[in-house]
Write a protein of this length. Structure first.
Lengths: 449, 449
């Protein structure tokens, strides 16, 4: 199966197809070019040999759905991606116009080059490649390409729940986000979830003079801190009753995977901008993949400018961003937080600003190692498996709503600058991505599910 | 001694003299009109019968000094005030120009009307009144009118220390600040001191992503809160070793004075904008006059805007404003704070942003009650004695540097709007202030020192 030969023969035409898609604006937040882009994606799917293609409406922007059916008995891969993009941001910071793709020094510059058009187009071009090389796919392939990812995938859960039968698959395969530094691919088996809450306390109608009213009117900053100290101990343990109850320890296999992951303490220090970080590889990945956080993203009360202002602030506010691990349920955790606050500081308000479920697919699934090998062979770089990313993505929609294992294999370079000016994708990553997808499809036919 | 008759006979000419002073700009922060105003004040002192008048230089703006000497054996009152004013602020909010005094509805509107030209001119006009009524003063009177009060009285301590002999007195008498609500005068025997520090911690070079770096890089907000919780218990006790060691309990006489002070819980609640305040009169004044504060004027770390931002903030900062009571020394307390931080969180920086010593004159001094009666008779309103104000003024310069008891008897209405647009002084307060000073002078001759 000489996928690479087919890819080399089609380098220019594949790039032309990608450029055509990058040329088409599709800013979901501004509803700019969305439908035109959805129709273009349908064309690309059809043109690549996907027999059944349809536009499926949601309450906001349509989903592009495609299906290549081989046999009811064959394994099924569901490829997920999105055709919408972020707004371009400060236009004067772009070196070339965001919707006029341009190659400079081996990189494609355009809004969406990495996130996600370059990656989803690599998947589509992989079908074309596979068919040209082999004449037929060995497994069923479904495509779900949504238009609302950059506005929070607001309808994805309900869409998937509604079309569970149609979307049925053995594996959900996503290429999004950046690879490891130095162009090393990795296979991500999950994500941490998230619960974001704001606790606020308004104590007085206005700021009071700290001298003339000092000791008379209570200080909301102290009250909020006192509350926070009932929620977390000085050594960092979360004290909210039940918070840890459902936290799962890593499996032996997961710890083995971590042992194989790269780790360079100096790199970590640079990466976080803190020269004093001390931790071992095992600690690093355990803290990142298997332990929840209870982070303060912001605490504000009173005067924060230069010099002295002598007030008792009228209010105080803290934003807490919790990253959740398996099997913490954000709805349950929110109830625990609310109950805790109600018990310890009933006048503090609790507002939920966002949530996402944690998600993880088993490291023991038979296709994990073949997928790792496919990426390693295609990119020509040592490839790793990480049980979870530290951040959060809507992955539970696959593992929980659809009930299907899911892996994320990013094709974009680590410095893709997604969501920023001068977003880019290394040209060779586009082609290596195509090859990776071809190899994954080829491997899937061997898998006993 | 019919001071009131003399005042009534001179209403217009006294007001003309005040208007002349209000007409003269004297913004110390901008060095605008300062020397002209100082010279005008000298004229006013001379014109009121003060025999010896001189301009005494400091490193910034000169002090106007005046002395009326009766006898080496007579008691001496040192009248303190200031001729400089705040900048006018947003000029469009003034209903009449700040340096063109105007009377509307029984109030004089001008920058400095209350703070402090109207009050210091009442003292000067009192000398003129007394001399017209009696031909001679019964006690020695000295005037120290500084030009740096609105920039923090930066040279007052050293000036007083340098001229201790010349300034020697039995009582320092100041009229500054507002009276109690509803036009009730009061005699203030002291002030709380202040120590203002900023604790800051910079943990990383930049804000980190709370997902991808969560649990890896420490959060400075937590660290600072953990430190703060070693400094103050959840029930509000300051835990810094030695902080309370020099705090003096109120005397029996001071508690008696408090018993006589007005207290209206509803008024307190309105005044602080907090309907839930619960306290007795004794608690209120004890907390305000005799207990230090450990107040957070500002805590800032990370994101404080609308919605969710998912970061681990790079730094955190807290501004702590401590009001100190007798005999807490701000220099000593600063050392205690610095040592405490060095012990518990050595990477947190400690910066001093301001300090002032607490000061209190004995409630047992023989002239306190006569002064109270003088104000009560002149203003025709029940008059109180408060052992200390909750706020801070440079009063220790008298009680500690000069070693002389000091009282503050404000003549300005509670809504004088000092430091704000439309600063004003109730016309009748000017005249009642003149009468109060005359009566205080008259009483002082009876005092056995």
């Amino acid at each position: 199966m000489d996928f690479r030969r087919v890819i080399e023969a089609n380098r220019e035409s594949y790039m032309d197809e990608l450029f055509e898609v990058l040329n088409q604006k599709s800013i979901s937040a501004q509803n700019d070019g969305i439908r035109e882009c959805a129709e273009l994606m349908m064309e690309k799917l059809k043109g690549s040999g996907i027999g059944h293609v349809e536009l499926m409406e949601t309450e906001i922007h349509p989903v592009v759905y495609g299906e290549y059916h081989v046999s009811d008995d064959a394994p099924t891969i569901l490829v997920y991606g999105h055709y919408d993009v972020q707004p371009p941001g400060p236009i004067e910071e772009w070196e070339s116009p965001p919707f006029e793709p341009m190659i400079r020094e081996g990189r494609i510059y355009a809004r969406g080059a990495g996130d996600n058009k370059g990656q989803i187009m690599a998947q589509i071009m992989a079908i074309r490649t596979y068919l040209e090389a082999e004449g037929e796919l060995p497994v069923n392939v479904k495509f779900l390409i949504e238009g609302e990812e950059e506005i929070g995938s607001v309808n994805l859960d309900s869409f998937v729940a509604q079309h569970r039968e149609k979307l049925k698959a053995d594996l959900v395969y996503t290429s999004d986000g950046p690879m490891l530094p130095n162009g090393h691919p990795y296979v991500l088996l999950g994500v941490r979830g998230m619960l974001y809450v704001e606790l606020a306390l308004r104590e007085a109608d206005f700021d009071n003079h700290s001298g003339n009213k000092g000791n008379i009117v209570p200080n909301p900053a102290w009250k909020l801190m006192d509350l926070l100290h009932t929620m977390r101990s000085a050594d960092g343990q979360v004290l909210i009753e039940g918070f840890h109850d459902t936290v799962k320890a890593p499996t032996e296999r997961e710890m083995e995977l971590i042992e194989k992951l790269p780790f360079d303490l100096e790199e970590v220090r640079r990466n976080v901008g803190h020269a004093g970080i001390e931790m071992t590889k095992a600690e690093y990945y355990r803290k990142l993949c298997f332990e929840p956080t209870f982070n303060i993203s912001g605490f504000t009360s009173g005067y924060g400018g230069e010099g002295a202002k002598t007030i008792i602030p009228k209010d105080a506010k803290v934003k807490i961003d919790m990253r959740l691990v398996m099997d913490q349920d954000p709805d349950v955790i929110f109830e625990l937080v609310r109950d805790h606050v109600a018990k310890h500081a009933p006048d503090v308000s609790v507002k939920k600003l966002g949530q996402m479920s944690p998600s993880r697919s088993s490291a023991d699934l038979p296709f994990i190692e073949p997928i790792r090998k496919a990426a390693e062979a295609s990119f020509g770089k040592k490839t790793f498996i990480q049980p979870s990313m530290g951040g959060s993505l809507p992955d539970a929609v696959w593992t929980k709503v659809l009930g299907t294992p899911s892996v994320v294999v990013p094709y974009a370079n680590v410095d893709e600058a997604n969501h920023s000016p001068n977003e880019n994708l290394v040209v060779e990553h586009f082609y290596s991505g195509i090859e990776t997808t071809c190899r994954v499809i080829a491997e899937m036919k061997h898998i006993k599910l």
